[in-house]
Ligand binder design. Structure first.
Ligand code: IPM
Ligand code: MG
Length: 357
């Protein structure tokens, strides 16, 4: 039996609600599976912590996270704290500090969830987006001068390194190879952005040579939104820059029914550091505390966490339990249902307990 040491950081808004629901589900899974147990430590970092301490997490935050096998993260963002502070104070320092360079975002239309695409259902949309997660438009490079004067200027420089692009590309090709259709679409904007994006295209062609069994193609990001919407079944694995994939993954979530079901894994494929698992959705202050947040994204990312930590059978069991609850119509408001977070959690736990494979 292995003990999985999990650092749980619910952080802001509905984050703590969906993370607590996820931990309950993981507990039920540990009991049912028998192959692992959980040792969870909760960290109260986030905007409340910021209001008291002036920082989103302590200065030695990363060192405190170091002993854990994985980080299970909720959401950041608060109405009274600027977004760039919540983001750069907690989530990005973890992603970048632990060099979690592959951000993996699976999207499917789950059974029982109505997707907005006319005539499309489960099976028509089954994608994994790989988001370069360590540099690009999120490199934090740039600055401001002449503040407050009419000639004020701000720069926001995207950084693309050969190492950074190559490793994200290799990860994406390898992931595509591991999926049945072995297909990868590389997304850039190399018509308008003629430096970094052209290098992306070149590196894609180079890395493709290492994966002759993967069929790949290229799309410009604007045209990609059209293809995702009109021909979802023509896509499988997708790789894009930090910002492009950020935007495309919101579209993907919406096309699959709701951002409330969309998970994400921030992975260090080399396992020098632990990885971080979170729902894609934000803190959703409008529904915080109402008990109606959709916990499916945090359950699905728990599947990603279990897979990463070497428990694929438990991950599959959890995914089946999520699908069973959705198929039975136990869904929250955002996907057209009326169930509470509690009811969805209970339905998934019952499905885990009743599962026999
Ligand atoms: C995401 C989110 C974040 C991002 C926000 C919270 C800054 O939208 O994980 O996609 O843009 O990276
Ligand atoms: Mg986003």
């Amino acid at each position: 039996m292995t003990t999985l040491k999990i650092a749980a950081t619910g952080a802001d808004g509905i984050g703590p609600e969906v993370i607590e629901a996820g931990l309950e589900v993981l507990d039920a899974l540990a009991i049912r599976d028998g192959g692992f147990d959980l040792n969870v430590t909760r960290f109260d970092w986030g905007s409340d912590y910021y209001r008291t301490h002036g920082v989103m997490m302590p200065e030695d935050g990363l060192a405190q996270l170091k002993p854990f096998d994985a980080i299970y993260f909720g959401a950041v963002g608060a109405p009274d704290v600027p977004d760039h502070i919540t983001l750069w104070g907690l989530r990005l320092p973890i992603c970048q500090g632990f060099d979690q360079y592959a951000n993996v975002r699976p999207t499917r239309i789950l059974p029982g969830i109505e997707a907005p695409l006319r005539g499309k259902g489960p099976g028509d949309l089954d994608w994994v987006i790989v988001r370069e997660n360590s540099e690009g438009e999120y490199a934090g490079h740039g600055g401001r001068a002449h503040r407050g004067l009419p000639e004020e200027v701000a720069t926001e420089t995207a950084i693309f390194t050969r190492v950074g692009v190559t490793r994200a590309m290799r990860y994406a090709f390898a992931l595509a190879r591991s999926r049945p259709r072995k297909m990868l679409t590389v997304v850039t904007k190399s018509n308008a952005q003629r430096h970094g994006m052209v290098m992306w295209d070149e590196i894609a062609a180079e890395v493709a040579g290492e994966f002759p069994d993967v069929t790949w193609d290229k799309m410009l990001v604007d045209a990609m939104t059209v293809r995702m919407t009109l021909q979802p079944e023509s896509l499988d694995t997708i790789v894009a820059t930090n910002l492009h994939a950020d935007i495309l993954s919101d579209l993907a979530g919406a096309l699959a029914g709701s951002l409330g079901v969309a998970p994400t894994a921030n992975i260090d494929p080399e396992r020098r550091f632990q990885s971080m698992f979170e729902p894609i959705h934000g803190s959703a202050f409008d529904i915080t505390g109402k008990g109606i947040a959709n916990p499916v994204a945090s359950f699905w990312t728990a599947c990603q966490m279990l897979e990463h930590l070497g428990h694929p059978d438990a991950a599959t069991r959890l995914m089946k339990a999520i699908e069973a609850a959705c198929a039975a119509g136990v869904t929250t408001l955002d996907v057209g249902g009326s169930a509470s977070t509690r009811e969805v959690t209970d339905a998934v736990i019952n499905a885990i307990r009743g599962s026999n494979s």
